[in-house]
Design a protein around this ligand. Structure first.
Ligand SMILES: C=C(O[C@@H]1C=C(C(=O)O)C=C[C@H]1O)C(=O)O
Length: 374
């Protein structure tokens, strides 16, 4: 189709443009001055924290900063853009207090990396790991200050390995973050012919199974440790196709043969931010908090009903309830992963938790933290 010929700019328009850009330059210089003022204040906060021996990162404070700005945003900036902008600003301020080391499932280009950078901003020390187990190990050993692990996906449900490790390690959750997960079919060639195998993380294969069954019914599904690892392999072998992010396509120089092939258009993954309890105090109440628990009950009639009674009595909402086998020698016993709305510093939540603890054979608080601020 022929392009509509554009009018050439008039001298008046050119003059107006130059004037507006001069104003933008002046605003940018003012912003830079203010950002440096902010950074100096954060450094001063860092000095006090050092004297107190307390940690730099305060997820509840950062959540409150973002919520406050969103509530007072006069526009025209859209509210959704406030969180990513301020996460970067706070990341740069935090880095002046101390470097933050963040472990996640790598290599470069994974959704875990994207979630980590989205949450902590880009002024961090990246610690990519080869498995979810390694993220837990590295964080437990103190080689990273925080670990970021996928907990659940809106299509596929809980990430079994994360749930099992949350139960058995002392790390606790200090924050959550979620990510829109858009999977693409990536390949060296830009077509669907002669694909022998699709290589991806088992979660990604599962999230795209409808599309794969329709378009590549005969290709083998080959699970690998991460989608980025799949992309790396596909970059070396034209018979392979990977399922991975836009970022991975540029990282490994692959064509996006088919974009957005996930079966659910609103596919999201929720990640937990973990740390060692002795290093980091549990976040204080922010007003919009989640408390995650894992419990088990004795196998007797009405046990599950008894679990929810304290929540109903004290008006505490349960936002998630998920079971995992307890691996108790084929006894059909379960651990229940429960998310509650609220913080134990709130009296009604504390009362509900106490009564809940009394009716459980096993009870562990995995963490209490501010809800995700998009
Ligand atoms: C400056 C602080 O330290 C960090 C940086 C923050 C910021 O830049 O606003 C907020 C919370 C902390 O993660 C603070 O605790 O206030």
């Amino acid at each position: 189709m022929a392009e509509t010929p554009k009018e050439s700019p008039t001298p008046a328009q050119d003059h107006a443009l130059a004037g507006l850009r001069d104003q933008i330059d002046a605003v940018d210089r003012e912003l830079l001055k203010l950002l440096n003022q902010r950074a100096a204040l954060a450094q001063a906060v860092g000095g006090i924290k050092k004297q107190q021996g307390s940690l730099v990162f305060r997820p509840e404070r950062e959540a409150a900063v973002i919520a406050g700005l969103k509530a007072h945003n006069p526009g025209p900036l859209q509210s959704d853009t406030i969180a990513p902008i301020w996460r970067e600003i706070m990341s740069a301020c935090r880095a002046l207090e101390t470097p933050t080391r963040v472990a996640y499932l790598g290599p470069a280009g994974t959704f875990s990396e994207q979630a980590s950078l989205g949450f902590f901003g880009s002024s961090i020390v990246r610690v990519p790991c080869t498995s979810i187990d390694e993220v837990f190990r590295v964080t437990s050993a103190g080689a990273a200050d925080f670990g970021v692990v996928p907990v659940e996906n809106s299509t596929e449900g809980g990430v079994a390995r994360t749930l099992d490790l949350l139960l058995s390690t002392p790390l606790f959750i200090v924050a959550e973050t979620s990510l829109f997960v858009r999977h693409n079919l990536l390949r060296v060639r830009n077509d669907l012919a002669e694909i022998e195998a699709v290589v991806a993380h088992p979660q990604a294969l599962a999230q795209c199974q409808g599309w794969l069954a329709q378009h590549l019914p005969h290709a083998e599904r080959r699970p690998v440790s991460s989608n980025a690892e799949g992309a790396r392999l596909a970059a070396q072998d034209a018979k392979l196709a990977a399922i991975a992010s836009d970022r991975a396509s540029s990282e490994y120089g692959l064509h996006i043969v088919a974009p957005a092939i996930q079966d659910d258009a609103h596919n999201r993954t929720r990640f937990a931010v973990l740390t060692q309890p002795e290093l980091h105090p549990s976040p204080r109440a922010s007003g919009r908090d989640c408390t995650s628990l894992v419990v088990s009950v004795l196998n007797r009639p009405g046990a599950l009903h008894d679990l929810v009674v304290p929540l109903k009595t004290h008006g505490v909402s349960m936002t998630r309830f998920e079971s995992r086998p307890a691996r108790s020698g084929g006894q059909w016993e379960y651990y229940f992963y429960i998310d509650l709305q609220g913080h134990p510093d709130e009296a009604h939540v504390a009362r509900a938790l106490k009564e809940l603890r009394d009716c459980c054979a096993f009870f562990k608080v995995l963490g209490t933290y501010p809800l995700d601020t998009h």
